[in-house]
Ligand binder design. Structure first.
Ligand code: ATP
Length: 295
């Protein structure tokens, strides 16, 4: 089942095209990352889905249907830092959130347990660390036990411990069967917590799908010889490679991360009558792949 399907979604702010005919869908049970640098349109996209912004064009469906208020009530959101009251305790603040979200107060203890704040539930919000504040915000999103959660940059501004806690929490929620849609500008974060990713750049969707397919790590073996075209034909038969391409006068053989072996590449060439004038292993990091996609 698809939780969300976005079709040709566009958003203009005057001359600025924040989203340009974006298409993708989010399967149920995934942790779906919307990855892109600042200003790529992530917040705009989430805002449209949650009906705080109007699209300029295109449409989207929730749970396979035309979106309604009832559908959105099944989605817990963390779009911006919520306005908790500093002088109130966690419990008091969640009572306010429950009233605003038209959700029952009876869920508060369960939610505080999940976000690991039960022991501090009667402390004032002003005494909380940033990480605890963010966990309380996620707690507010969990009120009413929605199946789908939408988080905009859930670890922004936190220290490494706070970041790790939120990531663990997201994984835990995923294991409980929740679908989580989260915006992030951090490749590393998406790689660590997401099962799926959509990459946005200046309002364009560059690619989307399974994280393991899109953010795959690769070894690149760079080779050169005096007979490039014959070599290219020969190398198409080398075992274990995933693809071959010409790059600035060199041939690049791609292998899954950690599997490239220079000696066997050299031997394969030699056995096929090709003498290499250049042979080098280059690691292609996820960073460089992301950089390549977004630059
Ligand atoms: P960030 O992580 O910095 O929030 P983002 O990927 O979420 O970035 P958006 O906030 O959706 O990106 O912004 C996309 C583009 O739309 C940017 O160029 C931004 O300046 C512009 N934009 C966003 N909101 C408005 C607005 N209310 N009025 C005019 N332009 C806007």
């Amino acid at each position: 089942m698809e939780v969300l399907k976005v079709e040709n979604l566009s958003k203009n702010y005057g001359q600025i095209k924040a989203l340009k005919e974006v298409n993708f869908s989010v399967p149920a049970g995934t942790v779906f990352g919307i990855l892109g640098p600042n200003g790529s349109g992530k917040t705009t996209l989430l805002g449209i889905i949650m009906d705080v912004l109007k699209a300029s064009g295109g449409s989207y469906r929730l749970f396979g249907q035309e979106p309604t208020h009832e559908h959105r009530k099944q989605i817990g959101t963390l779009l911006e830092t919520p306005n908790f009251y500093h002088y109130m305790t966690a419990v008091q603040n969640l009572k306010v959130s429950a009233a605003i979200k038209e959700r029952g107060e009876d869920d508060i203890d369960r939610v505080l347990e999940i976000v690991n704040l039960a022991a501090r539930k009667n402390s004032r919000f002003s005494t909380y660390s940033l990480g605890m504040k963010q966990r309380l915000a996620i707690g507010a999103a969990l009120l009413g036990n929605p199946d789908v959660l939408v988080f905009d940059e859930p670890t922004n501004g936190l220290d490494p411990v706070g970041i790790a806690e939120i990531r663990e929490l997201i994984k835990k929620l995923s294991q409980q069967g929740k679908t989580i849609i989260m915006a992030s500008h951090l490749l590393d974060e998406v790689e660590k917590v997401c099962t799926h990713v959509a990459i946005l750049k200046q309002g364009n969707l560059l690619t989307y799908g399974d994280v393991n397919e899109i953010l795959v790590n690769e070894d690149v073996v760079e080779i050169r010889s005096s007979e490039m075209s014959r070599m290219e034909d020969v190398m198409k038969r080398i075992p274990g490679h995933t693809s071959i391409k010409l790059s600035e006068g060199n041939l690049h053989l791609l292998f899954p991360a950690g599997t490239a072996d220079l000696a066997s590449v050299n031997r394969f060439c030699f056995d096929n009558g090709i003498t290499l004038s250049h042979l080098q292993l280059k690691k292609k990091s996820l960073e460089s792949k992301f950089f390549e996609l977004t630059n």
